[in-house]
Design a protein around this ligand. Sequence first.
Ligand code: CUA
Length: 312
Amino acid sequence: MLGGCAGEQSALDPAGRGAEQIAALFWWMLGGAVVIWCIVVGLAIYAIRIAPGPHDDRQMRLWVIGGGAVIPTLVLTVLLIYGLSMLPGLVRAAPEGSLQVDVVGLQWWWQVRYPASESVKLANEIRIPVGEPVQFNLTSADVIHSFWIPALGGKVDMVPGRETRLTLEPTRTGRFRGVCAEYCGASHALMAFDVVVMERAAFDEWLAAQQEPAKEPQGPLEVRGREVFLRRGCGACHAVRGTRADGVVGPDLTHVGSRASLGAGTLENSPDAFRKWIAHTSRTKPAVRMPDFDMIPEADLRALAAYLESLQ
Ligand code: CUA
């Protein structure tokens, strides 16, 4: 049970301003709940064991009204005011000039764009600098999803046809895990994303590298992989900037080899995982839009995996 108290996806191990406030609210609620629980159990023991006889009618009525109505109303009112007073800070717009990140939720992955760097299109990976407020502009392309990075802050729904907003301010560097917090279909549990919080200089360097077109394949295996990629029609859905593949339905693969995971947080990023994903997509992610390409011969698949892995 204590495993939930730390780690890359724990709201109890905050690494952002919003998450710190939410964790404080949680600890206050937990503390209050423990105190109230002790009092209630103490009274029950008193009534059953210590003074089991009949009780005075008037006194009993006072206990019921006080303990059953007055105290809960007071406690919940205090909690409501405390909780609501946090909200404006959690959903406020980031100050003018802050980094903006646009995220679109899809069944079952995340498209990520940096409006200030137009060519950059990521999938299932967000990198942000530490110690700065970052504004996320959120929407959905199909059903309602919910954008949640527990270690950094609260969750906000992504609604088709509407833009919602969330400001997060990470307080330490590291890698964290984001998830979808709204049931959105068969593979709802299989749409996660990686969040990397970096020092500003490292972030700028990374963003500049992401703006570059895809690397030319080096070895013969990678060259063959690119040929397979283009011949098999992968470019109808996926884009690789610098080649003629310019599909927009699936994730942009220009720098797919540099990503922390594959299949929206479901597989590690390795040539083996690429082969498994491409040949048996639906085995990894039920009901996924991408068809299984199990008709691709093993040697071609190996080349394709090597090419994609080389797209750093
Ligand atoms: Cu997207 Cu659940």
